[in-house]
Design a binder for this molecule. Sequence first.
Ligand code: NDP
Length: 453
Amino acid sequence: MSAASYVQSILTTLKQRDPNQPEFFEAASALLKTITPVLEKHPEYMKANILGRIVEPERAIQFAIPWQDDKGQIQINRGFRVQFNSAIGPYKGGLRLHPSVNLSIVKFLGFEQIFKNSLTTLPIGGAKGGADFDPKGKSNAEVMRFCQSFMTELSKYIGPDLDVPAGDIGVGAREIGYLYGQYKRLKGAQRGVLTGKGLSYGGSLARTEATGYGLIYYTDELLKANGESLAGKRAVISGAGNVAIYATQKAEELGVKVITVSDSNGYIVDENGIDVAVVKQIKEVERGRIKAYADRVADSHYYEGSVWDADLQYDLALPCATQNEIDGTQAARFKAAGVIAVAEGANMPSDPEAITAYTDAGILYGPAKAANAGGVAVSALEMSQNSRRLSDSFEKVDGQLHDIMQHIFKASADAAAEYGMAGDYEAGANIAGFLKVADAMYYQGMKVYLDIN
Ligand code: NDP
């Protein structure tokens, strides 16, 4: 069987088995389609059916999360943990709390996480989890009771050397604190069981900033490799959460003018450059809506709708909100808007038509699994600090993050060139991430079987 037919057969089976998992299918097809040349060079991976095995989670757990709201009513949410692949290390990946969470979304995120984690060079496998709980509008006490119930079940399946969750959409320092507190009550103090912890109980300096900073370090490499630089560029950033805030902060430090931030209702345009201190106050302190920015900052404006429909001129598109936030129609306008590069802070924010539009327009494209890997990289450094029972300085961790992001860009660029796709950083990231995992899977079991046969 040719490599192309093998890939197609895996995708056909996947669609037949899970026809109701569109996000997972989108992520799996995007990856599998770019690694055909790897399979041509490594037929042993086909023989060992690495693809058939890699698209199937090693374990997927779904469970009920009962909790009591402030009115005394009992609410039920649905929780998930998908432990996708442990070939290169313990399962690692965030927890998402958002009403849209379902098995398809958790599987797409867990699948992406396998290759992202591999790209960081650190020994971590891929996983993801979450629940269809909406933290918006809930009191602290409600969030705490929910997190305690969530962890009561999840604690049976995780551990510092087994599976180490972290934050994602809707899970920040507050939620990690409640989750860790409950884990500790149930199983004792094992700091390495979660990352993104508070600094007073085992968190790492620079973890809060890591995904956003890492995105900008990656974008810097992407531009430099193509004869451009960050300084003096104008950027549109979507989202106003953890990733968007620290991407804005680092971009502005490096001379970029960030003109937007957004949430799921609308977006701010500030032609003077987003004042990140105001965004932090609204989002991190008050847990408010981004609309409030326009009331506080002169000459800024709030508009309802998607920032990707805004009529603006800019050089860099940095989506930092959620999956499939940019579609083909929106992406088709990027060239005329002046966009030279898209780098993804969010996971899978560009739908397949959008990615085709970037390629057709010659726009540089930095895919999520490479561009936003800084968060999980620093999470792995947090695990390492927890094992050593020592805390590293901000400068040390930030320096390690910078080195890792430079490595990720170079490894992606080199892999793309080696397989005849120079400049295709998506294919390069997929190939570089895949090779290490495939190799580990191959040598951990199937070699003996193949030799016997
Ligand atoms: P946060 O919860 O801190 O912020 C999410 C932001 O995105 C909010 O402004 C939110 O607005 C907006 N958003 C969420 N859903 C939608 C939607 N359907 N449409 C428009 N806007 C939306 O999450 P993070 O910043 O942590 O995560 C953002 C993205 O980055 C996600 O894709 C996540 O998977 C990815 N990521 C995060 C990492 C991390 O370390 N935190 C690591 C790697 C990737 P609203 O308040 O209205 O919901």
